[in-house]
Design a binder for this molecule. Structure first.
Ligand SMILES: Nc1nc2c(ncn2[C@@H]2O[C@H](COP(=O)(O)OP(=O)(O)OP(=O)(O)O)[C@@H](O)[C@H]2O)c(=O)[nH]1
Ligand SMILES: [Mg+2]
Length: 313
């Protein structure tokens, strides 16, 4: 099954790509088999992570970038990471609306994934989906994540090119600067340049970038995504980086593989661990409520328990 589907994904059959994305998202075993069958075709796409505060205009920018790449005849993949954080809830619906521009165009494939899979893996869903799109020949593949949680930022940080999107107004962008999100940026975009405070924000960001003693300082660009202004320049900056070739992204890709392997091991270990301790966990939860033990003491007892069938004393 995996090989037949993989062939159809490589042939970029839209139905097969959609099916493959569903398989990798929902079925661990079949998903692993499918990704193994696709593996030789993965690694050609340039992966662009876009992150930044909620509402900065990431989705609007993604849509505008896709429009430009489509004009160049490129096929564009988009993975929108649906934040589980209630802080930015509603992003999914918003993305659907903003992406309708590309509905019906087989050259733009948009997929939303959960940032946190059932097993707690942070980056699995997003990167697995990006692998499928990559194997199907979409290039570039953009990953949009809201820069609020560590996990979401980590997904974007593992891309070949990291674009941090901020906007004037509100404290979010200042907060973003403080939170270290800029440290991961290859390109910093001040979107909503049509709004008041954009000049000031650009100046602040340029000053912040200058202060850092890094071998390659991120460029600061400005866009008005809703008007498409500055989007071609951003696209050119991304393409310029991509032109350096896959070897230039070797370190980034190894870091990405490392994080994914760790995720996978943790997910499996977590599953095994809890499968053997479900009953003990339920008992301990009752004890915590009864006041006979504490959360920390309950965790101590679970971790001290060696054999899966050994009773918790
Ligand atoms: N004035 C102005 N508004 C913009 C610009 N870009 C986006 N917007 C608006 O800002 C709002 C948020 O845009 P989104 O693209 O959804 O922002 P986002 O960063 O994807 O938001 P989340 O995914 O929820 O974090 C929308 O109402 C957009 O129309 C811009 O350049 N100028
Ligand atoms: Mg969005």
């Amino acid at each position: 099954m995996a090989n037949a589907l993989a062939d159809r994904v490589r042939a970029a059959e839209t139905v097969a790509v959609a099916r493959a994305l569903t398989v990798v998202e929902n079925d661990l075993e079949a998903g692993a088999a499918l990704l193994a069958a696709l593996h030789g075709s993965v690694g050609r796409a340039h992966r662009v992570g876009l992150t930044g505060p909620p509402g900065a205009g990431k989705s609007t920018l993604v849509s505008a970038l896709a429009r430009g790449w489509r004009r160049d005849g490129r096929r564009v993949g988009v993975v929108a990471v649906d934040p589980t954080s209630p802080f930015s809830g509603g992003a999914l619906l918003g993305d659907r609306i903003r992406m309708t521009e590309h509905a019906g165009d087989a050259g733009v494939f948009v997929r939303s994934v959960a940032s946190r899979g059932a097993g707690g893996g942070l980056s699995r869903g997003a990167h697995d989906a990006a692998d499928v799109l990559d194997a199907a020949g979409f290039d570039p593949v953009m990953l949009e994540t809201v820069g609020v949680g560590q996990g979401e930022v980590a997904i974007a940080a593992a891309a070949d090119t990291v674009v941090v999107v901020v906007a004037p107004g509100g404290g979010d962008s200042v907060q973003a600067m403080k939170s270290g999100i800029l440290e991961i940026a290859d390109l910093i975009v001040v979107n909503q340049s049509d709004r008041e405070g954009a000049d000031r924000l650009v100046a602040d960001l340029e000053a912040a970038v200058d202060l850092r003693a890094q071998p390659t300082q991120p460029r600061v660009l400005r866009t008005t995504a809703t008007e498409g202004e500055g989007v071609d320049a951003l696209r050119a900056a991304i393409d310029e980086r991509a032109a350096a070739g896959a070897e230039a992204f070797r370190a980034r890709r190894e870091a990405r593989a490392l994080a994914r392997i760790r995720d996978e091991v943790e997910r499996r270990r977590g599953r095994e661990f809890w499968a053997a301790r479900g009953a003990a966990l339920a008992c301990l939860a009752a004890e915590v409520v009864d006041g006979t033990t504490t959360v920390a003491a309950a965790a101590d007892r679970l971790l001290a328990k060696r054999a899966p069938d050994e009773a918790v004393d």
